[in-house]
Design a protein around this ligand. Sequence first.
Ligand SMILES: NC(=O)c1ccc[n+]([C@@H]2O[C@H](COP(=O)([O-])OP(=O)(O)OC[C@H]3O[C@@H](n4cnc5c(N)ncnc54)[C@H](OP(=O)(O)O)[C@@H]3O)[C@@H](O)[C@H]2O)c1
Length: 403
Amino acid sequence: MSKVLVIGCGAVATVAIQKVAQNHETFSEMIIASRTLSKCQAFAEKLNSDKIKVTAEQLDADVVENIVKMIEKHNPDVVLNVALPYQNIPIMEACIQTKTHYVDTACAEVRDHAGFEYGTQWVYDQKFKEAGVMALLGSGFDPGVTSVFSMYAKKHYFDTIDTIDILDANGGDHGYPFATNFNPEINIREITLPGRYYENGKYVTVPALSKKHTYPLAEIGHRDMYLMYHEEIESLARFIPEVKRIRFYMSFGESYLRHLFALQNVGMTSVKPITFQGQEIVPLQFLRAVLPDPASLGPRTVGKTNIGCIVSGKKDGVKKNYYVYNTCDHQEAYKETGSQAVAYTTGVPAMIGTALIAKGIWKGAGVFNMEQFDPDPFMDMLNKWGLPWKENFDPVMVPDDEN
Ligand SMILES: NC(=O)c1ccc[n+]([C@@H]2O[C@H](COP(=O)([O-])OP(=O)(O)OC[C@H]3O[C@@H](n4cnc5c(N)ncnc54)[C@H](OP(=O)(O)O)[C@@H]3O)[C@@H](O)[C@H]2O)c1
């Protein structure tokens, strides 16, 4: 039986925390530590039971020393970081100092520069090795399940993989003209970056949201999918070395893009500080403050998400295509956890990665990506914990020229 320290108590954490509490065969104790204590206390009151002990703590996870003290106080087996990408590095540092396993759901970022590269976390590999513990990077849906899907395809259906197209579509409607489904600051930073894909050993960069393809998705119909950069492109290229091309697409509706472009054009998505009435503010952080809190979208979001990977390659010399995906219903996710499907599809895999480490099924010392472990136990747990997946052996392929 294991003890987990969950850091962060926002939209994704809301799901991860409840899934940890449901998985009392693995977890007997959970400490929820975040910036706002009252949110952690509300979960501790609701979930504390004779099956799992849940306690709440206040924590500023920007400061390594605070995290070290929190880990030393509770001595968890594993730390699940579902705060923001800005906290990845301080939490990793604290895990090295205290010799504690680490899990996160998104690549590290710094506040004053939009962009992300796994290199900033891979450099900690030697230190985690020396500490004799592991860091598992990107155990959300994308990144996370998309990497596991790709490795499952490789293990069971392909000798060599030529192409991977990751399609992340949200067919949900929350009724607002503009809102983001997870942290608005992190979301908008990611979407406004130039698009980037991997081809023949190199990255090809294109202007943000400049490449579109309309794709027919199971259970949610045709969606406009836009090419973007996403961190699993980097880890998939590293761990499937023969792959020739990896692309990532996300769906956006017309209203979302119209608002995004207008906000971008007037400078509201900038991460460069400005002076306003004598005070320094970051426009994107101000925008975040006026947008709906993603955690509040649950009751009003209807429809489904569909996220998956289309893989092409060869088996026994024969060319083949394969598509593996999950669909998740916003209202069903809300009924179970009080959160919509975007938080649900991230929080469930965050718990699964943490549980696989806690049980010693995925183990090692160093910094690891999802691609480095046997995908089968993770795939089984997706079916068990609320994200069942489906396969299609004759998928519609995304064309080479997607414009
Ligand atoms: N891989 C995937 O599929 C995927 C998908 C979506 C999101 N994500 C990742 O999931 C993570 C959580 O996203 P979210 O939408 O849940 O964000 P969110 O709703 O904004 O929640 C973030 C939480 O972190 C807390 N926090 C922020 N700064 C902190 C600090 N310095 N010390 C302690 N706690 C701090 C916040 O505290 P307050 O409550 O006080 O604000 C909040 O509880 C992000 O890293 C995001 O990139 C991954």
